[in-house]
Design a protein around this ligand. Structure first.
Ligand SMILES: Nc1ncnc2c1ncn2[C@@H]1O[C@H](COP(=O)(O)OP(=O)(O)O)[C@@H](O)[C@H]1O
Ligand SMILES: [Mg+2]
Length: 268
C-alpha cells in the first residue's frame, strides 16, 4: 500500500464500549527516527502504543508496519517488535542477569545457540551500562537502572520497532538523558523508536512529536514546527496554550494544516 518502512496509521480509531478513546488518527512514524507521543494524562498515549504493539486492535482504520497490515502479519510483526509497557513486567526478585536469561528464552528464536544467546545478553547488558549490576536483584536497582533492564530485555531480539511507554517515569534528568542517548543510537541503526513521555526535557532530541488531547490528534511534526504552530517560545508552554481553547479547535487547526497532509499515508 505504501513504501514507508516504519508505522503508518490510516484513520485509526479505538473505542472501549461506547466510549471513544482515540479518534480518527492518521500518522507516519518513520524508521531512523525517535517519535515522542505527548499529551495530558488520559489523552490516549498508552492506547496509541497498545495499538502499535497489537495489544489491542483498532476499532476502525488500519495500522501498517513496513507496508504490512498488522492484523494480517501479527505473528511476524511481533518477532520484530520490542514493547516496554508503562508498568514494569520484570520480576523484582530476579537478578538482572536472570531477567535477561528469562527474556532470551522467551524471545530468541529456537535456532539461536546458548553461546550466541549469552553473547547477545552480554552485549546488551554492557551496552546499557548494567555490567556492574548483573548479579543485583531488580528490587535493588534505581528507577533508571530498572528502566534500562526493561528496555534491554526488549532489545535482545534486535527489534525493528521499539515502543516504550512512559520512557521518563521515575528517572532523574541525567538518567533520562542517558536513556535518550541509547534510544538515539537504536534509531540511528534504522529502527523505528516510539515513546510516550511526560517529560519535556529532551524533546529537542526527537525527530517527531505527536501531541494528543482527549483522544484527538492535535499536532504531529518537529519541535520547531510545534513552536510555530502553537505560537509559543518554549515547549514548556504547550499545555497551558492548548487549555486556552477547546480541543476541537486545535484538532481542526492541525487537520487543516500542511503538517497533517505530510502525515497522510498517501503522501510521499
Ligand atoms: N479498556 C478501557 N476501557 C475504558 N476506558 C479506557 C480503557 N483503556 C483506557 N481507557 C481510558 O482511555 C483514556 C486514555 O487512556 P490512556 O491511553 O491510558 O491515556 P494516557 O496514556 O495518555 O494517560 C483514559 O481516559 C482511560 O481512562
Ligand atoms: Mg499512559
Amino acid at each position: 500500500m505504501n513504501s514507508n518502512a516504519g508505522f503508518s496509521l490510516n484513520q485509526v480509531t479505538y473505542r472501549a464500549g461506547s466510549r471513544m478513546i482515540l479518534q480518527e488518527t492518521s500518522l507516519r512514524l518513520n524508521p531512523g527516527e525517535i517519535t515522542a507521543v505527548i499529551g495530558p494524562s488520559g489523552s490516549g498515549k498508552s492506547t496509541l502504543l497498545k495499538l502499535l504493539a497489537t495489544v489491542w486492535n483498532p476499532s476502525s482504520g488500519t495500522v501498517y508496519f513496513q507496508g504490512q497490515d498488522l492484523k494480517d502479519s501479527r505473528a511476524d510483526y511481533r518477532m520484530k517488535l520490542g514493547y516496554a509497557p508503562q508498568d514494569d513486567v520484570i520480576h523484582r526478585d530476579l537478578t538482572v542477569e536472570d531477567s535477561f536469561r528469562f527474556a532470551a528464552e522467551l524471545r530468541l528464536p529456537e535456532w539461536v545457540t546458548p553461546e550466541v544467546a549469552q553473547q547477545r545478553m552480554d552485549a546488551v547488558i554492557e551496552g546499557l551500562g548494567l555490567g556492574e549490576r548483573r548479579r543485583h536483584r531488580i528490587s535493588k536497582l534505581s528507577g533508571g537502572q530498572r528502566k534500562r533492564v526493561n528496555v534491554g530485555v526488549e532489545l535482545l531480539a534486535d527489534p525493528e520497532a521499539l515502543l516504550m511507554d512512559e520512557a521518563a517515569s521515575g528517572l532523574d534528568p541525567a538518567t533520562e538523558g542517558d536513556l535518550m542517548k541509547i534510544l538515539a543510537e537504536i534509531a540511528e541503526q534504522g529502527k523505528t523508536v516510539v515513546l510516550t513521555t511526560h517529560s519535556m526535557e529532551y524533546l529537542d532530541q526527537v525527530q517527531k512529536i505527536v501531541l494528543l488531547a482527549q483522544g484527538l490528534l492535535i499536532f504531529a511534526g518537529s519541535l520547531a514546527e510545534l513552536l510555530v504552530h502553537f505560537n509559543i517560545p518554549h515547549i514548556a508552554e504547550v499545555f497551558k496554550k492548548i487549555r486556552e481553547r477547546e480541543v476541537g479547535y486545535w484538532h481542526t487547526r492541525y487537520i487543516s494544516s500542511a503538517l497533517a497532509t505530510r502525515q497522510s499515508p498517501y503522501s510521499s
